[in-house]
Design a protein around this ligand. Structure first.
Ligand code: AHM
Ligand code: MG
Length: 337
């Protein structure tokens, strides 16, 4: 009976009551829920609404922006400014941090990637939104980049929306991971995936294998061993997946285990890696760790990294605990540690 399910709003209210919290957290999550529903609507309308194709502009990373990148960013900025809960925001699509005017009592900072995996939009493959919430540091009155540059362990909440065959939101407030599916008929997210846990072992890995010529030896060793299958040192056959939407990859890992790698390689090393620390790696690391998995650079825990700039890039290895530990040990062995 679907109407016995808990809505995301009720779930957040229950959490709030349990923690004896003030209610502002539920309010700020409500703004994100609205934004994600609107983006889901635009992703769904796709070519019908003229939403496919390039916007004709570049973002701060020098990447061509898609129309939906720009639209999703506008929606996120607008909906999250309305509630007055955030003092400031930062986005993959904006060079500088953005102070929310008129939110004098905003206690939080929001970092987001409004539409991750946007190379997939025009071919109708899953994309998503990723967000990370920080508390505004005590005594900070001006919203500048420095206020946002905090370690991942300081996040108070993180989550993503997946615009896939169904629209889902997966969130953590540091008390496990819960997944909600959008019921389009009633316009509400319903708890469908309570207390998500990543299996410790897996037979599935995800990496962009077209970059193998750039890989470092520990990554090459790991992938070679997986590909050697039953006859190789791992003694079992592995499957490989690559969606090119981190949200979809992380979601698959939360549901059935696996390991996802966008490692440092000889080509991306000068930039620090491919994925962005503040609004991609940190929120996903928080979710993965809360589900019992691990998230590292291969040479240290992602959430312990002290950020130096807003659009900083990092190597990312995350997922099933035993596989990530194995990859870390291969890096340590290679580095002679
Ligand atoms: P984006 O934020 O510009 O969409 O880039 C991030 C995406 C990730 O979702 C995905 O894992 C990766 O880039 C795919 O990269 P590649 O095109 O090298 O496969
Ligand atoms: Mg992204």
């Amino acid at each position: 009976m679907p109407y016995h399910r808990i809505t995301m709003t009720h779930f957040l209210l229950q959490e709030q009551r349990r923690k004896g919290a003030s209610g502002s957290f539920t309010a700020l999550m409500t703004d994100i829920i609205f934004a994600c529903k609107m983006i889901a609507h635009e992703v769904n309308r796709g070519a019908l609404a003229g939403n496919h194709g390039l916007a004709g502009s570049e973002n701060v990373q020098g990447e061509d922006q898609k129309k939906l990148d720009v639209l999703a960013n506008d929606i996120f900025m607008h909906m999250n400014a309305l509630g007055g809960n955030y003092a400031g925001m930062a986005s993959e699509e904006l060079e500088d941090v953005h102070a929310v005017h008129g939110a004098a009592d905003g206690k939080y900072l929001l970092l987001f990637d409004p539409l991750d995996g946007s190379s997939n939009i025009d071919v109708n493959i899953s994309v998503g939104s990723i967000f990370s919430i920080l508390r505004l540091p005590e005594g900070v009155n001006t919203i500048e980049e420095a206020a946002f540059l905090r370690k991942g362990v300081e996040q108070v909440a993180a989550g993503y929306a997946l615009y896939g065959s169904s629209t889902m939101m997966v969130i953590t407030t540091g008390n496990g991971v819960n997944g909600f599916t959008l019921d389009n008929n009633v316009g509400m997210f319903m708890l469908t995936h309570p207390d998500m846990k990543i299996p410790e072992d897996t037979k599935e890995f995800a990496i962009n294998a077209s970059r193998s010529r750039f890989w470092e030896p520990p990554v090459k060793r790991y992938v070679d061993e997986c590909q050697a299958g039953k006859e190789g040192p791992r003694g079992k056959d592995f499957n490989m997946r690559w969606v090119a939407s981190m949200v979809a990859e992380v979601h698959r890992i939360l549901v059935r285990g696996g390991v996802f790698m966008y490692p440092a390689d000889s080509e991306n090393m000068k930039k620090g890696g491919k994925l962005r620390l503040m609004y991609e790696a940190n929120p996903m690391a928080f979710i993965v760790e809360q589900a019992g998995g691990l998230a590292t650079t291969g040479r240290g825990r992602i959430m312990d990294m002290a950020p130096t700039h807003l659009h900083q890039r990092v190597p990312v290895i995350l997922g099933s605990r035993n596989e990530v530990e194995r990859l870390d040990s291969y890096h340590a062995e290679f580095d002679g540690k």
